[in-house]
Design a protein around this ligand. Structure first.
Ligand SMILES: Cc1cc2nc3c(=O)[nH]c(=O)nc-3n(C[C@H](O)[C@H](O)[C@H](O)COP(=O)(O)O)c2cc1C
Length: 431
C-alpha cells in the first residue's frame, strides 16, 4: 500500500497561492483552518499531515511562510481528528533533547499515539542568530549534534518502561525500578533524566528525516523510521531510494523505512483543465520579483526575458559557478518540459526541485503507481500548490482511483501513526 502525507504550508506550496482571490491568507492564524485541513486529509485516509518549521523571518512582502508554532497547532489538530498521524519538524540545532522528548511525548499522549518528529539540523544564519549563535554552526558539527540529540531523546523516551505506572492507590503510583535515570554525558549534552512524561502510546513517536547530504543520509539510515525525499523525476527518486535502502541494510536494520518524495499535483477532469489550474496560479506571480530571483539562480540578467516565450538557452552545468543544486533543477526542467519563461517561474515557485504532476486523476495515479512499483517511492509527501483547493481535488478524485486499484487503504485499520506506516512498536517491559 502507498503512504500519503499532506505537507501543510501556508496557503499552499505555490509562492503566489496567497494572492488568489479565494486564498485562505486571512485564516493563517486561525486554528480551525489547520483542523479542517487535517480533517480533509483524514477523509482521504492519509497516513499523516506534516508541518515543516523554521525560526527566522526573511522577506515578508513575498507572502506568508511561518505562522503558528507547529506543535502548539498540532495539539489542537489532534483533538479535531481521530486517526491521522501528526508530524512536525523540530530542530536538533536549536532545541534541547529534554525539551524535545517532553513535547513529543506529551503530544503522543494527547493524540493517543499519532505523533511523528522530523529531525532537521536547520539551514539559515538568520535562524542561528535567534538562538545565541553568530552564524549557523558548520554542517558536520550540526550532524554530530543531531546524532547525539536523537540518542538522548530516545533514551529519555525509554526512561519509563511500558509497565511503570501501577496506580496502586494503597501503594505506589509507579514502580521505582521501572523509571530510570539515563545519565547521558556526551560531547554536546548532559541529560540525567528520567523524563517527566511516562511512557507514551507509541513507545517512541515516529522519527522522520529529510537530509540530502551524505551525513543526512547516514543519519536517516541509522535512525529514521520514515524519510521525506526530494526528487525531480523518477530517475532521481530511484537513485535516492536505492541508496537509502542500501544504507539501511548496511546499518543492520530490517525496518521498512518508507521513503516519501515530495509531490506537487494539479488535478483536472481533463489535461487542459489541470493545466489551466496551474496557469491560474502562475499568472499571479509578480513578474519583476520572480525574474530577479531567476537572475540570481542562473547568474544571468533575466529581467528582459519575454514571459510567454520559450526560455532562452542557458550555459551548461560545467560553466556555472554558483550553487549547483538549483541550477541543475532549472536545466532539467528546461530540457524535459521546454517551458515558457512563465511556466518555468511557476514550476520553481511551487515545490522547487520536487516532482510536479499535472493531469487527470487517472494520469496522476498512473505515474504514482509507476514510481511505487519501480523502487522510486513507498508513498508521497503531497505538496498542494494551493490549500485547500488542490488537496480537495486530490482527495476527491485521485484517492478513489488509487483505492480502486488496491494501492491505497479505503479505511484506517490502525489507530497510531506507527500502525499506518507499518512500523512496529518498540516495546519496553520491565523483565
Ligand atoms: C520534505 C522536506 C521537509 C523539510 N523540512 C524542513 C524543516 O522543516 N526545517 C528545516 O530546517 N529543514 C527542513 N528540510 C531540510 C532537510 O531536513 C535538510 O536540512 C536539507 O535537506 C539539507 O540536508 P543536508 O544538510 O543533509 O544536505 C526539509 C527537507 C525536506 C525534503
Amino acid at each position: 500500500m502507498l503512504h500519503l502525507n499532506l505537507f501543510i504550508f501556508a496557503c499552499g506550496h505555490h509562492r503566489a497561492a496567497w494572492r488568489h482571490p479565494d486564498s485562505t491568507v486571512e485564516r493563517l492564524g486561525d486554528i480551525s483552518y489547520y483542523e479542517e485541513l487535517a480533517q480533509l486529509a483524514e477523509r482521504g485516509k492519509f497516513d499523516a499531515v506534516f508541518f515543516a518549521d523554521g525560526a527566522s523571518v526573511d522577506t515578508v512582502a513575498d507572502g506568508p511562510r511561518w505562522f503558528l508554532e507547529p506543535l502548539t497547532a498540532m495539539s489542537a489538530m489532534s483533538r479535531a481528528t481521530r486517526h491521522i498521524g501528526l508530524i512536525s519538524t523540530v530542530s536538533s540545532t536549536f532545541y534541547t533533547p529534554f525539551h524535545t522528548a517532553r513535547l513529543m511525548a506529551s503530544l503522543d499522549h494527547i493524540s493517543h499515539g499519532r505523533m511523528g518528529w522530523n529531525v532537521v539540523t536547520s539551514m539559515f544564519d538568520a535562524e542561528a542568530r535567534n538562538h545565541g549563535y553568530d552564524a549557523m554552526p558548520e554542517h558536520a558539527w550540526r550532524y554530530a549534534r543531531a546524532e547525539e540529540f536523537v540518542d538522548a531523546v530516545i533514551a529519555l523516551w525509554d526512561s519509563w518502561t511500558d509497565d511503570a505506572l501501577l496506580h496502586d492507590r494503597g501503594g505506589d503510583y509507579a514502580h521505582p525500578d521501572r523509571v530510570r535515570a539515563i545519565d547521558h554525558h556526551g560531547e554536546h549534552f548532559r541529560v540525567d533524566g528520567p523524563l517527566t512524561v511516562p511512557r507514551m502510546p507509541q513507545g517512541h513517536p515516529v522519527l522522520f528525516q529529510a537530509g540530502a547530504s551524505d551525513q543526512g543520509r547516514d543519519l536517516a539510515a541509522r535512525r529514521a523510521e520514515a524519510i521525506y525525499a526530494v526528487a525531480y523525476d523518477m530517475a532521481a527518486a530511484q537513485a535516492y531510494y536505492r541508496d537509502i535502502k542500501r544504507r539501511v541494510r548496511e546499518a543492520g536494520r530490517h525496518d521498512p523505512v518508507p521513503i516519501m518524495p515530495g509531490l506537487v499535483t494539479y488535478v483536472g477532469s481533463t489535461e487542459a483543465e489541470a493545466q489551466a489550474k496551474q496557469r491560474e496560479l502562475d499568472v499571479l506571480l509578480p513578474a519583476d520579483a520572480s525574474l530577479r530571483q531567476l537572475s540570481t539562480f542562473t547568474a544571468q540578467d533575466c529581467s528582459q526575458w519575454e514571459l510567454d516565450a520559450p526560455v532562452p538557452k542557458l550555459p551548461p552545468m560545467h560553466e556555472f559557478k554558483g550553487p549547483q543544486g538549483r541550477y541543475g533543477t532549472i536545466l532539467r526542467i528546461i530540457e524535459t518540459e521546454q517551458p515558457t519563461v512563465r511556466q518555468l517561474l511557476g514550476r520553481l515557485a511551487a515545490g522547487g526541485g520536487h516532482c510536479t504532476m499535472v493531469g487527470t486523476p487517472e494520469q496522476i495515479a498512473d505515474r504514482m503507481e509507476t514510481w511505487f512499483r519501480n523502487e522510486a517511492a513507498d508513498g508521497f509527501n503531497l505538496m498542494p500548490p494551493s490549500l485547500p483547493g488542490s488537496i480537495e481535488d486530490f482527495v476527491d478524485h485521485v484517492v478513489p482511483v488509487l483505492q480502486r486499484r488496491g494501492l491505497f487503504r479505503t479505511e484506517y485499520d490502525a489507530s497510531t501513526l506507527r500502525g499506518h506506516l507499518g512500523l512496529s512498536r518498540p516495546d519496553l517491559k520491565s523483565s
